[in-house]
Design a protein around this ligand. Sequence first.
Ligand SMILES: [Zn+2]
Length: 107
Amino acid sequence: MSKALQEILGRNWSLFSKINRLSRRQARYAIAVITGHFGTGSMLLKMGIIDDPTCMACNEDVESTEHLLCECDGLARKRLDLLGVAYPQPEDYFQNKIFNQTLRVDF
Ligand SMILES: [Zn+2]
């Protein structure tokens, strides 16, 4: 884990400790989400890779990490099945129950 990332996560020791115990693959996804470098439509638009960042799951909003994890109507049922809540708040992902459930999802 890079020093810069350790400094960012170091402010939240609980989160740092959890990520440090993950497999390399799980940690990669967790860090991508935390740092906003998950391959969402909004990020791919910024990189000039795509022209339309509209969410493919709902076709209603810009696809961002927060939209996918918390707001997307097209993924609400899946979040409910996997996490036990259809529309979690961003801070809910830092709670043990949802954090642990999220890591069981096979990306
Ligand atoms: Zn959506």
